[in-house]
Write a new protein. Structure first.
Ligand SMILES: *Cc1c(COP(=O)(O)O)cnc(C)c1O
Length: 432
């Protein structure tokens, strides 16, 4: 696959896999094994010393995981990926692979609820302080950077009001300060937006959402762009002898072929190896199936969501609608710059009847599943202020733009007329 540069749709089906040489199996085999036999003691020693790359133990790597990782690397346009048990552990391991006690992170204030809680109250337990800024003005990142800052952190489309983030502007600020930009691209997937093309250094995806796309497994993955020079900045974990790995200096001691993926290698051999949130081969296989249809699904998700946004926009029972694809949406100018193929599957709106009407709609709507997930093939509905974001105080909620009347829709792949009819009936009942 390496000689010809295939297009995204082709890579979704082929990257990272050739038919299994032993069995000639066309489908990706699921390797349900915990460990791998060493050829001899020298082979074993070389694997442990990273002199040779190969399978040791499934917490660290597995041939099924490798197909998933190589495919996502190709789709993101990166240099290496590592899959883990959840998007949440991907976020956690990314931060602690760069920052340690006494360090600071500057993050957008409109993050996924779980990431926000991790940053606001769990990382501080370990001496990592996160400063939250409004990402709508990229200058806010610049103002929050101090000599202790180790990375900038954003999502491509924020929670809960779907503001699109100006990735390139924030990447430029990060790089002027020799800092890496970490981007959670879950809401866009590389089909809608390849953030590495705009300067992202590390990309995180929750595989659970659109990449898997069928609401049937939990997983996460990081992709290392291979472009960030860890030697340039204040990164002791990369530049000083690592007591977690034979005293290796990750940014200096790796062979030339591996040097660009120092971050991904350390991610695998330090946090994943020793904290242990490994993905299972079965779940990795499910995500490979999902990726095969990612381009088709993202197209349909985006088309259906656009129709829903236009429908709600015209409805007299609806107070406001946010969808980056609406021409008068506050995010539309930024969205147009980055989202050339579609604006994604999420739509949020407020009911004129406020909290009461929102709850009534959710309790009465047909077809939509009321649950806490996004990116399923089926349409989903949620009231974030009483569920996914209820860990946040009302002040924190409002500072991220979350109001009590807000209803969140993740638009699925059903026929758009069925989705619109379900909404019409639900709105009628909830305002009766
Ligand atoms: C769901 C989600 C996560 C967390 O992923 P899990 O796989 O549920 O652990 C992180 N970021 C975003 C934007 C998400 O939507």
């Amino acid at each position: 696959m390496s000689e010809k540069k295939y297009r995204f749709e082709t890579l979704s089906l082929h990257a990272g896999q050739v038919p299994d040489p032993t069995t000639l199996s066309r489908g990706v085999p699921v390797y349900r094994t915990s460990s791998y036999v060493f050829k001899n003691t020298e082979h074993a020693a070389n694997l442990f010393a990273l002199k040779e790359l190969g399978n040791i133990y499934t917490r660290l790597m597995n041939p099924t995981h490798a197909v998933l990782e190589d495919r996502v690397t190709a789709l993101e346009g990166g240099a290496a990926s590592v899959a883990v048990a959840s998007g949440t552990s991907a976020v956690h391991y990314t931060i602690i692979n760069i920052a340690a006690q006494g360090d600071e992170v500057v993050a957008a204030n409109n993050l996924y609820g779980g990431s926000y809680t991790m940053f606001a109250s769990i990382l501080p337990q370990f001496g990592i302080t996160v400063k939250f800024v409004d990402p709508k003005n990229p200058e806010n990142f610049k103002k929050a950077i101090t000599p202790k800052t180790k990375l900038l952190y954003i999502e491509t489309i924020g929670n809960p009001v779907l503001d699109v983030t100006d990735v390139q502007e924030i990447a430029d600020i990060a790089h002027k300060h020799n800092l890496p930009l970490v981007v959670d691209g879950t809401f866009t997937t590389p089909w809608l937006l390849r953030t590495i093309d705009y300067g992202a250094d590390i990309v995180i995806n929750s595989l659970t959402k659109w990449m898997g796309g069928h609401g049937n497994a939990i997983g996460g993955i990081i992709t290392d762009s291979g472009k960030f020079d860890w030697k340039k900045g204040p990164f002791p974990l990369m530049n000083e002898p690592d007591s977690n790995y034979h005293g290796l200096k990750w940014a200096h001691d790796l062979p030339a072929a591996l040097a660009p993926i120092a971050f991904a290698l350390r991610f695998r051999t330090v946090p994943l190896r020793n904290l242990g949130a490994a993905i299972s081969p079965d779940n990795a296989w499910m995500f490979i199936q999902g990726l095969e249809t990612l381009p088709l699904r993202m197209q349909r998700h985006s088309e259906n969501a656009m129709k829903v946004a236009e429908f709600l926009k015209k409805d007299s029972r609806v107070a406001w609608v946010r969808y980056p694809g609406l021409p008068d949406d506050p995010s539309h100018q930024v969205a147009k710059k980055y989202l050339k193929k579609g604006f994604g599957g999420m739509v949020v709106f407020g009911m004129k009847g406020g909290y009461e009407a929102a709850v009534k709609l959710i309790d009465n709507i047909k077809l939509f599943s009321h649950l806490a997930n996004v990116g399923d093939a089926k349409s989903l509905i949620l009231h974030p202020s009483s569920t996914s974001h209820s860990q946040l105080s009302e002040d924190q909620q409002r500072s991220g733009g979350l109001t009590p009347d807000l209803v969140r829709l993740s638009i699925g792949l059903e026929h758009s007329d069925d989705i619109l009819e379900a909404l019409e009936e639900g709105l009628a009942v909830s305002t009766r």
